[in-house]
Design a protein around this ligand. Structure first.
Ligand code: NI
Length: 168
């Protein structure tokens, strides 16, 4: 019998439901409507999100990459309790200064998990499905370039993209 060598990935799947409204103060009401379409409607709308958290490491003496219960407890405390049945555009501190798109949500989840990561296995990836057709994946890298970006810069970037992509 051979020992498994190298690292393995373990992915655990979680679900939560939340609402959001796509709207940025960097744009006028009319521009927001053009950019985000239906997703800008003032009443918001909800999604049943599917979150996959992937950890990576060697198989330990117990024959596991990571203790599932420890990972579940971590995701529950740092992510699910903060997001489930919340209004992502209003109730979630980590999304206060950004538009609550699922791209930004993925970033917020990655940051929440990466901070003081307690497990031996490395946090490798966060994958979130908003719908069957919208799936976002974020690799976890050492640099925190996105997290370091100031809110003002993010809004300016949105305006730049809007002007480049929408007005042409
Ligand atoms: Ni949506």
């Amino acid at each position: 019998m051979t020992e498994p060598n190298g690292n393995l990935e373990l992915t655990r799947r979680y679900r939560f439901s939340a609402s959001h409204r796509l709207d940025t103060p960097a744009l006028s009401a009319e521009e927001n409507k053009r950019l985000y379409g239906k997703c800008n409607n003032p009443y918001g709308h909800g999604h049943d999100y599917v979150l996959d958290v992937t950890v990576e490491g060697p198989v330990d003496a117990t024959g596991q990459v990571a203790d599932r219960r420890a990972l579940d407890a971590l995701v529950n405390e740092k992510v699910l309790q903060r997001l489930d049945h919340k209004n992502l555009s209003k109730d979630v501190g980590a999304l206060n200064n950004v538009v609550a798109t699922t791209e930004n949500l993925a970033g917020a989840i990655r940051s929440a998990l990466a901070e003081d990561w307690p497990l031996q296995a490395r946090l490798a990836r966060v994958r979130i499905s908003e719908t069957d057709r919208n799936v976002f994946e974020l690799e976890v890298v050492a640099s925190r370039d996105q997290a370091a970006l100031a809110p003002r810069e993010r809004l300016n970037r949105i305006r730049n993209v809007f002007e480049r992509e929408i007005r042409k």
